[in-house]
Design a protein around this ligand. Structure first.
Ligand SMILES: NC(=O)c1ccc[n+]([C@@H]2O[C@H](COP(=O)([O-])OP(=O)(O)OC[C@H]3O[C@@H](n4cnc5c(N)ncnc54)[C@H](O)[C@@H]3O)[C@@H](O)[C@H]2O)c1
Length: 310
């Protein structure tokens, strides 16, 4: 496919509006669709915030981009070159939605899912044209994190992979292509491996939650953004890694259940920011200010990383 000019984003909850704003910035005519009127109204408020972040990032603006809001799926899908599904993470729902895409979207459109880990092969299992279905897994917040996992299913064809990667290039993001599907894809597998060890250290009383965060933020967190894991192995020396891994790997958590620190808190209804507290407590003021402060810091870090280009 030569160029993507029109896109439909299906589902305008946490992810859809930011994805739409990024596509719009690249000159794409975007239609945002949701089954919920309330979600659409909320999205109308979220799009300007995402646009503001893109302004702060200094993201180049290509002419011709727009966003419109839709409650009629057929109208949203008419004439589009790509569909980006960002509906709830439920296999049956996604299968049903993709069947509707086949009815209403042009035959030439590629159909992508933002699933965080459901196999694309399963989403496309009962479709007439599974070769045009692909995973494009954005990271939250989509207007800030410039990496998208490209996950072909077993029957996805090369033209679809090329079109997905072409779209990612067009919006100036980095494609991370998986050679095969694995549960959780790559980003979440790595994140969950880190979370498991962090929580095990807290569960075992080696360190408290605050101390753990300080250690990771100013230790590996800061470092990995500049020197990612495979490069870090070369920096450290593979012989050193081999020595340390030969005794340390056997000691690191292999827990297949969920940390008791987490299950205790969920049992008490303490779920994090959305309930006003989780591992930490938050004042009303912090709840209002933290997301803005964090977005501003991510903007600054991303700009610096772009400028340094190491
Ligand atoms: N939130 C994240 O951090 C994150 C990150 C990466 C990927 N994802 C993935 O993106 C997808 C969406 O996640 P989210 O967090 O934005 O979900 P969300 O629950 O915030 O939003 C989903 C939206 O889909 C709408 N919806 C429900 N049924 C629909 C239908 N039949 N057609 C169209 N819209 C429908 C809902 O009304 C809701 O507005 C999921 O697959 C999720 O795993 C989420």
């Amino acid at each position: 496919m030569n160029g993507i000019e029109r896109a439909a984003v299906i589902g305008t909850g946490t992810m859809g509006p930011g994805m739409g704003a990024v596509l719009e910035r690249a000159g794409i005519e975007v239609r945002l669709f949701d089954v919920s009127k309330e979600a659409l109204e909320k999205a109308e408020g979220m799009v300007p915030i995402a646009r503001g972040v893109l302004d702060k990032l200094g993201t180049e603006k290509t002419d011709g981009g727009s966003i419109s809001f839709h409650d009629d799926l057929a109208a949203a899908l008419a004439d589009v070159d790509v569909v980006l599904e960002a509906a709830p993470e439920k296999l049956e729902l996604k299968q049903q939605i993709f069947a509707e895409f086949e009815q209403h979207a042009p035959e030439t459109a590629i159909l992508s899912s933002n699933t965080s880990g459901i196999p694309i092969t399963k989403i496309a299992a009962d479709l007439g044209h599974p070769e045009r279905v692909i995973g494009m897994h954005w990271s939250n917040p989509p207007q800030l994190i410039p990496m998208i996992e490209v996950v072909p299913g077993e029957r996805t064809d090369q033209a679809t992979i090329d079109a997905a990667e072409g779209l990612i290039a067009k919006i100036g993001y980095h494609p991370s292509r998986l050679q095969k599907e694995v549960p959780g894809f790559v980003e979440n597998r790595v994140l969950y491996a880190i979370m498991r060890e962090c929580l095990a250290l807290v569960d075992e009383g080696v360190i408290d939650a605050e101390g753990l965060d300080l250690n990771v933020k100013w230790g590996i967190g800061y470092k990995l953004a500049v020197i990612p894991p495979m490069q870090l192995l070369d920096v450290a020396g593979l012989d050193i890694y081999e020595n340390v891994a030969s005794y340390l790997n056997a000691d690191i958590s292999t827990e297949s259940g969920v940390s008791e620190t987490v299950t205790k808190l969920t049992g008490e209804g303490k779920l994090g920011l959305k309930t006003g507290g989780g591992l930490f407590s938050y004042s009303e003021e912090e709840l209002a200010e933290l997301p803005k402060k964090r977005a501003a810091a991510l903007v600054a870090v991303r700009k610096t990383l772009n400028e340094q280009a190491v």
